[in-house]
Design a protein around this ligand. Structure first.
Ligand code: 5GP
Length: 179
C-alpha cells in the first residue's frame, strides 16, 4: 500500500521479525522436545505470528483459537475481558502455549491466564511477539517474547488500529491523530 499518513516509522522490519520468529520456534522446539504442544492463539492480532511461528516449530503441535474483547477506553485496556469465542476443546493435561500479539499493561493476559489455569493444563506458558515492559502493571510472565518495545502504539503484522493495517509485513508506530 502507499504509505498512510498515520504511519510514522518502522519499529521492526519484516527481516527482523523473520529472524526472531525462527529463533523463538527453535527455542520452543528445544524446550518441549519429546512432547506435544497446544498453541492457543488469541485473535485477531496473533494470527500472522501464529502462522509464521508454527512453521518454525519442529515438534508435534496443534492449534486452537480464542477471541476475546477487552473493555477499555481508547487504546487502554481495563483487564475486564469477555470471551467472544472460546477454545474448541479442553486443555486438561496438555502443554499449552498462549500465542499473543502484544502484552501492554498485561491486564488482558492476566485475566486470560487465570481463566485457562482453571482448566488444569499440564503446563501453561506465553509466547508474545511484542511486550512493552514500561507499561506492565502486574506480574504476568511471558516465557517467550519476540521484541521489547517502548511505550508507543504499533500496527502491522496482525496488529491493527481500528481494524486497519493488519496486513502490513513490518511493524510501524502510528500517529493516532492522523488515523
Ligand atoms: P493489555 O491488557 O496488555 O494492556 O493490552 C493487550 C491488548 O491491547 C493487546 O492484545 C492488543 O489487542 C492491544 N494493544 C496494546 N498495545 C497495542 C499496540 O501498541 N498496538 C495495537 N495494535 N494493539 C495494542
Amino acid at each position: 500500500m502507499s504509505q498512510h499518513p498515520a504511519l510514522v516509522e518502522h519499529v521492526i522490519t519484516r527481516e527482523q521479525i523473520q529472524t526472531r520468529v525462527r529463533e523463538l520456534g527453535a527455542q520452543i522446539s528445544a524446550d518441549y522436545a519429546g512432547r506435544q504442544i497446544k498453541l492457543t492463539c488469541v485473535l485477531k492480532g496473533g494470527f500472522i505470528f501464529l502462522a509464521d511461528l508454527i512453521r518454525e516449530i519442529t515438534i508435534p503441535c496443534s492449534i486452537d483459537f480464542m477471541v476475546i474483547s477487552s473493555y477499555g477506553t481508547g487504546t487502554q485496556s481495563s483487564g475486564v475481558v469477555r470471551i467472544l469465542k472460546d477454545l474448541d476443546g479442553p486443555i486438561e493435561d496438555l502443554d499449552v502455549i498462549v500465542v499473543e500479539d502484544i502484552v501492554d499493561s498485561g491486564l488482558t493476559l492476566s485475566y486470560l491466564l487465570r481463566n485457562l489455569k482453571t482448566r488444569k493444563p499440564a503446563t501453561l506458558e506465553v509466547c508474545s511477539l511484542l511486550a512493552k515492559p514500561a507499561r506492565l502493571e502486574n506480574d504476568v510472565t511471558c516465557r517467550y517474547v519476540g521484541f521489547e518495545i517502548p511505550d508507543t502504539f504499533v500496527v502491522g503484522y496482525g496488529l491493527d488500529a481500528a481494524e486497519q493495517f493488519r496486513e502490513l509485513p513490518d511493524i510501524w508506530s502510528v500517529d493516532e491523530t492522523k488515523l
